[in-house]
Design a protein around this ligand. Sequence first.
Ligand code: NAG
Ligand code: NAG
Ligand code: NAG
Length: 227
Amino acid sequence: MELLLRLLVAHVILLALSYSFVYCYDPSPLQDFCVAANETNGVFVNGKVCKDPKSVTANDFSYSGLNIPGNTTSFIGSNVTTVDVNKIPGLNTLGVSLARLDFARGGQNPPHIHPRASEILMVTKGTLLVGFVSSNQDNNRLFSKVLRTGDVFVFPIGLIHFQMNVGRTRAVAFAGFGSQNPGTITIADAVFGSSPSIPREVLAKAFQLDANLVRFLQIVYGPALWS
Ligand SMILES: *[C@@H]1O[C@H](CO)[C@@H](O)[C@H](O)[C@H]1NC(C)=O
Ligand SMILES: *[C@@H]1O[C@H](CO)[C@@H](O)[C@H](O)[C@H]1NC(C)=O
Ligand SMILES: *[C@@H]1O[C@H](CO)[C@@H](O)[C@H](O)[C@H]1NC(C)=O
């Protein structure tokens, strides 16, 4: 009986421990900083190799140029300049990063996901229609708002979201992320532009589209152009 009780307690402790892992996003650092070394070889798992702290300088924590607008002449009419661990090596293990978003008139940042971070966005110029959609368990509800200069909006981790310039001028926003490397999955690019392509019959049935329309979208979005 006592053995059983001990086993039960051990089980509960293990469960509690595993929960604390589930609930953290970027792992907590165990030192002041771990500036990413410029290693070009090898695979990084959960962060990058640290530089010798003695060789770390202020420049490792710095980036310049976020005052410069991104070029928004592409079809989609937006440009995202990310300042993540790949731009500031000192962000390694710290669990934060930043981006500048520029929008031409009518431009949009199309529906996408950040698999590793929630996002908090502030409009510094213009008017943006923004929104995110909750998951299946919440019946895919759309949470949407029109934001003006000074307005802030939050996009929860892993949910599909978008921003669109609905004003008469260009628009600018800055966004903070809860990861050194939030990552981006642009839905249309990932679904219709994967390499190699997802079989046409899968997409036709999933999206209730004619196979020719799927073929067209695969040409527009991706490598199918050359296949
Ligand atoms: C990192 O290494 C690459 C390739 O060797 C080089 O082009 C780049 O300038 C280096 N970056 C830094 C910050 O030293
Ligand atoms: C974003 O802007 C930068 C700088 O103007 C430019 O080099 C880059 O090609 C643009 N990206 C897209 C997707 O248009
Ligand atoms: C933006 O990119 C387009 C296409 O690549 C180019 O023609 C144009 O000169 C660029 N504009 C700026 C301000 O760099």
